[in-house]
Design a binder for this molecule. Structure first.
Ligand SMILES: [Zn+2]
Length: 228
């Protein structure tokens, strides 16, 4: 029973401390860091893209207006010199505005380029981390399934071993296990308790020999149940 309980404790400990778990934690923390940088850089890129869109919309409007005025100017329907001069002045003004807008669009494109690159880099880093996390989760599930199988086997064997053991012995054993690092029963080897590794006194050993085979013997040093 003690052997099975110790094996169960070891298996549970291994299940809690699987190396995949620690690595998965680290990968998830890296993923969260990448996400927060993505939110920051993505936000800045979005702001630049919004400015670029406004400039491009205005540029399209200016070009449309230019085409309209030019078409009217060359249509021959306007003949008054003053009116023609006014139209030419409007065309000049629109062309200046167009040139300024084109410069601004180029500026926003230049501003956006490194942000686009940074976002792309972060997204591929995020994808790499997601892939790693997926592989770790699969490996973790596999290890856990194996350990769960071993645990079930140990618990089954323990249930068999426990059968027929009196309740008061079980209570005493469980209490000792809680107090003594999971080990409530030790073997008596050459007059020594292999739980605390101390030798029993001669009196104690003599008493032990006098006890009937099914009487409980406790180590006088650590209190563990001793198996003779
Ligand atoms: Zn002992």
């Amino acid at each position: 029973m003690q052997d099975h309980d110790s094996a169960v404790d070891r298996l549970r400990h291994r299940r809690r401390t699987l190396p995949e778990l620690a690595e998965l934690d680290a990968v998830e923390a890296q993923g969260a860091a990448v996400d927060s940088r993505l939110a920051d850089v993505g936000g800045r890129r979005w702001e630049v893209a919004r400015r670029q869109k406004l400039l491009e919309d205005e540029l399209a409007m200016v070009e449309h207006k230019l085409a309209e005025v030019r078409a009217k100017l060359y249509s021959g329907t306007v003949s008054l010199i003053r009116e023609l001069q006014a139209m030419q002045a409007e065309i000049d003004a629109l062309e200046r505005r167009r040139s300024t807008l084109e410069d601004h669009v180029l500026e926003t494109m230049t501003e956006r380029e490194p942000l686009d690159e940074e976002v792309a880099g972060l997204e591929s880093e995020r994808a790499r981390l997601d892939e790693r996390a997926g592989a770790l989760r699969a490996a973790l599930a596999e290890s856990q399934t194996v350990l769960d199988g071993e645990l079930a086997a140990e618990l089954g064997a323990r249930a068999e071993a426990v059968e027929g053991i009196p309740a008061e012995v079980m209570t005493s054993y469980e209490r000792l296990r809680t107090r003594l690092d999971g080990v409530g029963i030790a073997r008596l080897v050459n007059g020594r308790c292999d739980g605390c590794h101390l030798s029993l006194s001669v009196t104690e050993l003599t008493n032990a020999h006098r006890l009937s085979a099914d009487a409980l013997l406790h180590c006088e040093q650590c209190g563990r149940i001793l198996v003779r």
